[in-house]
Write a protein that binds this ligand. Structure first.
Ligand code: BES
Ligand code: MG
Ligand code: ZN
Length: 499
């Protein structure tokens, strides 16, 4: 796929097809396309006279133009109401655009960027979003089909981003470059998640992280079981002890000389979650291969930031384990001691994510970070609460909370904050030691967050429960069924805009 930025005045041969976005508030479609020549204007006047295109969300119209100067055909894509245009709707609009292009099967196309821009959505942002969606829509996890033709990638070869003035080409290129970095990282995250758990074991995650780090110039340290014992990570080890697949803690790091801030990203890496002795029902259990999407998002993000020149010391920490029943598995009622000396009663072995994060978060403190952000497919309750529409956000620091919320809004990956009142603390008090790993059943997502809070001391911290957004059960034009890569966009935005 080859993407170029082109100014209207530079178009010498008419495009076979140009995509133009338009809102339902647009009264003068002819003005939107006037840059493409008089014939386009005339064609558009006809459309409006016949009320053939409303601009409502999901609507589209293919206008055939004869004798045009800059484009032979225009595909209009409805963007819905102008007031509702934002980063989130932009991604959906671009997805609609791609779905239409797939049915038209063209190999060369122009996309008129200004027509997709709006309040708060610059040319640069539009170029970024379209690039992300173009790359992501061509993602396919097809390696396990024996018929290799099923693994073929599809679609467009030549794409031109058209802007009004030559001076805007820089913006378009900048957005394109950033969008490509983010989308590539999301594909890394998707690949890690879509691999089955018999392949993507903790060892394999470590191998993938090491290979990526070597290629991108990051440092990568993998702590193995013996190291974890020395580090007294009793909570992590307790979860891991039921599986023959050994646990690890992967630490990826980029430390630029001019770093002014230190930020730790922590991701839950349960390569398969059977529930352990508190075993899960079989229905949908195969989806628990995605229980490492937090770790996968951190690894993908580390790849992205290796290509972005940020004055931040960034550390990606991913505890990786497999949660299995077995003769050596941890029992309900077991008491383990985490590396910060807190004692935990394991009431339910299926609440394992918070146990491995406990030790990983305690480890993050070692870097004296300005912020800790963790991502985890932590609770089924979060899926019930939000569906696949947003992540749950919990924090001990309102300022950091709003920073992350803003990054979510700006990146199109929305979050919603849940309360962390002290009143919830009682729900995870243990009868026999400091805390227990589940509440009596109430406030499942919040008490999981409250549990984690015991391991971050006073460092500014945000917990993102990504259980609802980490994988897709039904496809959309830029997300096939399977791992979505959720979290990468938000983290990249947060780090890029960090002040
Ligand atoms: N990995 C699951 C959470 C999960 C469930 C994510 C479904 C996505 C879809 C986590 O380890 C888990 O099992 N949590 C339990 C906690 C409970 C035992 C308190 C849950 O949510 O049921
Ligand atoms: Mg579990
Ligand atoms: Zn889990």
């Amino acid at each position: 796929m080859n993407i170029r930025s082109v100014a209207l005045s530079e178009i010498d041969i008419p495009y076979p097809l140009t995509v133009v976005g338009s809102t339902s508030d647009e009264k003068n479609l002819a003005r939107v396309v006037e840059g493409f020549g008089d014939a386009s204007k005339e064609a558009v006047k006809r459309i409006q006279k016949e009320n053939a295109f409303s601009g409502s969300k999901g609507s589209s119209y293919l206008a055939l133009i004869e004798g045009a100067k800059r484009t032979n055909n225009i595909l209009f894509v409805g963007l819905g109401s102008k007031a509702k245009l934002d980063a989130h709707s932009l991604a959906a609009n671009v997805a609609g655009l791609l779905a239409k292009l797939k049915t038209i099967k063209t190999r060369r196309v122009a996309i008129y960027l200004p027509s997709f821009a709006g309040k708060g959505l610059s040319i640069e942002r539009v170029a970024q979003s379209i690039t992300e969606s173009l790359v992501l829509s061509q993602y396919k996890f097809g390696k396990y089909y024996s018929d290799k033709s099923k693994n073929k990638k599809l679609l467009l070869e030549e794409i031109d981003y058209v802007v009004d003035k030559a001076g805007e080409k820089k913006l378009s290129e900048k957005g394109k470059e950033y969008g490509a970095i983010v989308a590539d990282a999301m594909c890394v995250t998707r690949d890690l998640g879509n691999e089955p758990a018999n392949v993507m074991t903790p060892d394999q995650v470590a191998k993938e992280a090491q290979a990526m780090a070597k290629k991108e110039g990051l440092t990568c340290k993998v702590f193995k079981e013996a190291d974890l014992k020395k580090m007294k990570m009793g909570a992590l080890l307790g979860v891991a002890q039921g599986s023959i697949n050994k646990p690890n803690l992967i630490v990826l790091e980029k430390k630029p000389k001019n770093a002014k801030k230190t930020i730790c990203l922590v991701g839950k890496g349960v390569t398969f979650d059977t529930g352990g002795i508190s075993i899960k029902p079989s229905k949908d259990m195969e989806k628990m291969k995605f229980d490492m999407m937090g770790a996968a998002a951190v690894i993908g993000t580390m790849k992205a930031i290796s290509k972005m020149n940020l004055p931040i010391h960034i550390i990606g920490i991913t505890p990786c384990v497999e949660n299995m029943p077995g003769h050596n598995a941890q029992r309900p009622g077991d008491i383990v001691t985490a590396s910060n000396n807190k004692t935990i009663e394991v009431i339910n072995t299926d609440a394992e994510g918070r146990l491995i994060l406990a030790d990983a978060l305690a480890y993050a403190q070692k870097f004296k970070p300005d912020a800790i952000i963790d991502l985890a497919t932590l609770t089924g309750m979060c899926v019930y609460t939000f569906g696949d529409k947003c992540m749950g956000l919990m924090t001990n620091n309102a300022k950091l909370g709003s920073k992350v919320t803003k990054a979510g809004t700006d990146s199109g990956e929305r979050t919603w904050e849940l309360p962390m009142w002290d009143d919830y603390d009682d729900l995870i008090k243990s009868k026999y030691c400091d805390i227990q790993n589940v509440s009596s059943g109430l406030a499942g997502t919040i008490t999981a967050g409250k549990f984690l809070q015991h391991f971050v001391a006073d460092y500014p911290w945000v917990h993102l429960d990504i259980a609802g957004v980490a994988w897709a059960d039904s496809p959309n034009p830029y997300t096939p069924v399977g791992a979505t890569g959720a979290g990468v966009r938000l983290l990249c935005q947060l780090l890029k805009d960090w002040k």
